[in-house]
Write a protein that binds this ligand. Structure first.
Ligand code: FE2
Length: 481
């Protein structure tokens, strides 16, 4: 009799656990559409004579300095810069002591034309075999024109390596862009995950396109010279401009901003992956072929197989176009990517997908439409295996904010607000990360949306192990009685 009561109690506990499980699959709290209205600064580009665009003094002085990860694991960086007078020197001196450079590495030089604009000499230099978690100092240029910078290499790839990423999209070069960059630089984040649409130079015509790439490079240098920016391409990088004879997609972007795509066995600089600290980051191209059998499609299948959550618990995807978006702007533009990629995101339990493109902020619950096989009906349901989708296309470019959201707010949308800002993702360990979206509030940085991101692999496994242990304990007790 006592045994029956215990069994009833066990079943009640399991029924309760089941109810909790089901309720946790719901969308949770009603989504929030923030009513905050900020007095937006004019969405105009910073004038050319502004100090943020100042050309460094001296003959052939290096400018537009930027770095990015140079390999798969974080033991290499690519240092890039532009000189306008001559292609030499083309080397980087570097070392671990300030002002004392033990090593020298040679780079490669490229340049390009765009209409009648001729780019400067664009230097790219790979520095490999870095020590992990070490501050490096580097020097480029020569004589009075030489310039010195520094960066910190990431910790060794390790499941519990803590690391803080910043997330910025659609930045441009307006006063709002400057506000976003200034706020980001105070965040303490160590690497930028950039979501595409960099300079908005394609809003200009003829020779001004190239010139506005140069101004953006000088504007962003205050951050890009000191920490890696992980690039992804947006529509403003395409620059298909046949009226002036420019039809080669991504010409400026590919010449200026290298990515370590070969290290992840990609065949294109537009899609690739890196591992950094405890994160595996996959960068996709919304503006390259991605349907079944295309190179990008083949590659992402192979790359997901290379992900090892025992080594890099955090699986993050970057792509320019959001596949969940309830803004009037770019509504449903990501549906074709959703039909190709979403099932993979769910299968491989991606933690979070960051996108830009829409000039507003929005965060989803964990949702998917992969369980509905009805063609054309994207029935979106809660899905614990799915990523959180976050749109951070609010860097602050000259096109202004996307202020009109669909009404009513869809159930999948957790928080949305049409303001400029940036996000940070602070990975604490293999199970938890802190996420913030920081609004630019009339010049002040205000943490507006925040949540604790639980790892899709380790937090779930731990829960499962804990539940299994608990059930086994109850069964053992029952058998012993
Ligand atoms: Fe875009």
């Amino acid at each position: 009799m006592m045994g029956n009561l215990k069994l009833q109690s066990l079943f009640l506990q399991l029924a309760f656990a089941f109810c909790v499980f089901i309720s946790s699959l719901s969308f949770g709290d009603a989504g929030i559409t923030s009513t905050f209205i900020r007095s937006e600064w004019p969405s105009i580009d910073i004038p050319l004579d502004h100090e943020v665009f100042a050309v460094p003094q001296g003959y052939n002085a290096p400018q537009q300095v930027h770095i990015t990860q140079g390999d798969y694991e974080g033991k290499a960086v690519i240092i890039s810069w532009v000189t306008h007078d001559e292609p030499e020197p083309n080397s980087v001196q570097y070392g671990t002591s300030d002002g004392s450079y033990e090593f020298t590495a040679e780079g490669v030089v490229t340049n390009y034309t765009f209409y009648k604009y001729k780019s400067g000499y664009i230097h790219h230099c790979l520095i490999a075999d870095l020590k992990y978690d070490t501050k490096y100092y580097y020097k480029i240029g020569s004589g009075d024109s030489a310039r010195e910078f520094w960066f910190r290499s990431p910790p060794k790839v390790d499941p519990d390596a803590s690391y803080k990423f910043g997330i910025i999209g659609d930045l441009g070069q307006t006063f709002n862009s400057l506000s976003t960059l200034n706020h980001y630089m105070k965040s303490g984040a160590q690497t930028v995950l950039f979501l595409g649409d960099i300079s908005y130079a394609d809003r200009y015509q003829f020779n001004d396109v190239g010139l506005r790439w140069d101004t953006w490079g000088r504007f962003a240098e205050q951050s890009t010279a000191y920490q890696p920016w992980i690039w992804s391409a947006g529509n403003h990088e395409i620059e298909y401009m046949p009226y002036m004879g420019e039809v080669e997609p991504f010409k400026s972007y590919i010449h200026r901003y290298l990515t370590p795509y070969l290290a992840s066995k990609s065949s294109s600089p537009l899609w690739y992956a890196i591992r950094r600290a405890s994160a595996h980051i996959i960068v996709l191209s919304a503006y390259s072929p991605f349907v079944k059998y295309t190179p990008q499609w083949h590659w992402i299948h192979e790359e997901f197989e290379r992900v090892d959550r025992e080594k890099t618990p955090w699986l993050i995807v970057l792509m320019h176009v959001p596949i969940y978006n309830s803004n009037e702007a770019h509504f449903e533009e990501g549906d074709s990517m959703r039909s190709v990629f979403e099932s993979l995101f769910v299968k491989y339990r991606v933690d979070v997908v960051f996108a830009g493109h829409v000039h507003a902020y929005e965060r989803s619950y964990r949702i998917s439409s992969v369980h509905n096989n009805v063609s054309g009906d994207h029935h979106i349901v809660p899905d614990k295996s799915a990523p959180v989708y976050i749109t951070v296309g609010d860097g602050g470019n000259q096109e202004g904010l996307a202020g009109r959201f669909k009404d009513p707010q869809p159930e999948y949308s957790a928080f949305r607000e049409p303001s400029y800002g940036h996000s940070t993702l602070e990975i604490k360990n293999r199970t938890h990360a802190l996420y913030h979206w920081n609004r630019n509030d009339d010049g002040k940085k205000v943490a507006t949306d925040a949540f604790v991101l639980r790892n899709q692999y380790w937090a779930r496994n731990r829960r499962r192990r804990k539940l299994k242990k608990h059930i086994q304990m109850v069964i053992d007790e029952e058998m012993a009685s």
